[in-house]
Design a protein around this ligand. Sequence first.
Ligand code: FDA
Length: 392
Amino acid sequence: MTDIDVLVLGAGAAGFMCAIEAAKRGRRVLVLDHSDKPAEKIRISGGGRCNFTNLHCSPANFLSQNPRFAISALKRYTQHDFLGLVEKHRIPWHEKTLGQLFCDNSAKDIIRLLLQELEAAGAKLQLGTTISDVSRPDDRFSIATSKGAYRARSLVVATGGLSIPKLGATSFGYDIARKFGLSMVPPRAALVPLTFSDANRDLCKKLAGVSVDAIVSFSKTAFQEGLLFTHRGLSGPSILQISSYWQEGKPVTVNLAPGLDVFGTLAEGRRNAPKQDLRTAMGQILPKRLAEEMAVENRFSGRLADQSDTVLRRVGDRINRWQLTPVGTEGYRTAEVTLGGVDTNELSSRTMETKSVPGLFFIGEVVDVTGHLGGFNFQWAWSSGHAAGQVA
Ligand code: FDA
């Protein structure tokens, strides 16, 4: 039985940050992970370049049953703090768009940064370790693993959510929460492509590969970013963002021509260029393939001069206010994150420690705090890991 101060379960973004901070305070820290490689999600993130934070990060970029929960941790370890760490390691980076910061070269730079910081702080990392049991027989935790048994004063659960099971995601963190009697917000896939049945799926299939700038909205929430047609449905940043808000059975609304009143534009075209074909006019507003398919599907045809206001309004509505109801999402296989998780009512927002089990902490994606697309989920991992690392 090995005795240590802080046992961190999960060598991902949150687990690393917590371990580094706790070890800097002189605690004996061990990080365990069942995977053979650390931080696999960082490696594949941001298309291999890791969107490691966002310059405009604020609590408004997060979903949670308690929208105020994330404020304290985000304030005490900000995007600028993490950027300082990136610069300390001389990792070249750039802002892509909307404040999103990426590595110039490779996401592996961030993994190297974490490994170096971990080593410098004196924490240990043990990979390829299956954890078979976690209990708290007295004032310490007992952890049984494939590589021996441990006792720890503090147990930090940083095992992430359910997305991308083939990279090692498990329900382990939720199972521990339940074992200790903590309540959960039901998890579901988020930042995930939406799927369709019926005619919309056929349309998406025909348009697979076409992308367009769009405003996608659900209820009072809207995002303007790229939209991508795929063989299974719709993807792209605007769709991933709205998937976190979408409720089953309800439609999303898509504006395929942001900032343009399509009815007004076509009515003006009818006055100025009456001989122009309606499909040609639509092709000046939308990508050609999209305009063509949409026109065929809705039987929009003929010269502008021959179109009534009613028809032009239908075209305008189809482009500016396209309503479509997804049948579902692509699920955890492709989702970037998991919505829901350990109920924030169970945790201190300052330290991430559970209120009912002293020494038990939950950090990162396993907690019911989910960021928008754009570097916010890593910032939550850094901030919540940092918060726990100050006290664990
Ligand atoms: P994370 O999932 O990173 O780590 C959990 C660790 O626990 C893993 O190492 C896992 O092996 C381990 N584990 C799980 N079960 C275990 C068990 N039973 N026993 C032992 N170990 C176990 N975010 C962002 O801000 N910018 C971006 O660019 C991207 N890009 C991106 C791309 C893709 C494809 C995905 C899937 C996700 C993103 N994300 C992202 C989201 C981001 O990756 C995610 O929110 C963080 O990695 C969460 O960090 P955690 O440390 O909480 O969990």
